[in-house]
Design a protein around this ligand. Structure first.
Ligand SMILES: Nc1ncnc2c1ncn2[C@@H]1O[C@H](COP(=O)(O)OP(=O)(O)OP(=O)(O)O)[C@@H](O)[C@H]1O
Ligand SMILES: [Mg+2]
Length: 261
């Protein structure tokens, strides 16, 4: 039985898309077959990270009723597939987000994880994403505005039966004035799954068109934090140690030994 997880923040620009891309690679490197879905159909960004922005069939066609989700699945990385979103404004206007739930449900059991890159805000596409996903993982930055919006996103997810199960903190700089994990956990009333440091290397996948940081620099603090979060999500603790040799054999361990993935 696959797990569909909406990755949501409420507030824009906190790192949802970047996190979805890196988390997907981390989960897949642990042996989990993973599908990433760019449900931000107005501002498609996820496909840019994997250079799949010119894919002929996208989530737009699925939401217009012109294609099945299987027709829009592309290989992004080893063990990671992606359903990109389209770029055309016209197809965006014609897309009906109500079709998302059925599309996700029709593929979820073919994967261990289906991660949805939920748009910022609580407009129709965000609501459709919560409606389509079984669970929600909240991502926030350590500031009050982001935390307040994360709380809103959590409430909406809850109302739409996409069970919020944890939160993560992104772009942590360890500076004075940042909210702590304890403060955020109290505010959000959710278990804390980890903190990803602010790291200029992370930005390079958008700014310079480079691969996600977890592929380029698996030993960086940001990558290790994401691996740690992936292990928690997959329900298994794997120690990350420097002496482990290769990215695939050492860093992640295997979450799933005999699942045929
Ligand atoms: N840990 C990090 N350290 C440094 N930069 C980061 C980190 N996480 C994300 N970023 C950068 O922050 C910017 C916003 O990230 P991203 O687009 O993933 O956010 P988002 O929440 O998906 O935004 P939107 O709400 O617009 O969809 C990007 O330039 C990204 O590279
Ligand atoms: Mg985004």
């Amino acid at each position: 039985m696959g797990r569909s997880i909406a990755i949501a923040s409420g507030k824009g620009g906190v790192g949802k898309t970047t996190f979805v891309a890196n988390l997907g690679v981390a989960l897949a490197s642990g042996g989990a077959k993973t599908l990433l879905v760019d449900t931000d159909i107005a501002m498609a960004n996820l496909s840019l990270i994997f250079k799949l922005q010119n894919s002929p069939i996208t989530l737009h066609e699925i939401l217009m009723g012109d294609a099945n989700i299987e027709d829009a699945v592309y290989a992004a990385h080893k063990g990671v597939e992606i359903v990109p979103s389209g770029l055309s404004l016209e197809s965006y206007r014609k897309a009906d987000p109500a079709r998302l739930k059925q599309a996700i449900e029709s593929v979820v059991n073919k994967y261990d994880f289906v991660l949805l890159d939920v748009p910022a805000g609580i407009e129709r596409c965000a609501l459709a994403s919560f409606n389509a996903a079984q669970q929600t993982l909240i991502i926030t930055t350590p500031d009050a505005a982001s935390a307040a919006d994360a709380l809103k996103a959590k409430s909406v997810a809850q109302r739409l039966m996409s069970k919020p199960f944890a939160f993560v903190i992104n772009m942590v700089r360890e500076e004075k004035g940042e909210l702590t994990k304890t403060q955020l956990s109290t505010m959000l009333e959710l278990p804390y799954y980890g903190s990803i440091p602010y790291d200029p290397e992370v930005r390079k996948s958008f700014v310079e068109g480079l691969d996600p940081v977890i592929i380029r620099r698996p030993q960086s603090p940001a990558s290790k934090a994401i691996v740690d979060i992936a292990n928690k999500i997959a329900g298994r603790r794997v120690e990350v140690t420097e002496e482990k040799k290769s990215f695939f054999s050492g860093l992640f361990g295997r979450f799933f030994k005999k699942k045929g993935v």
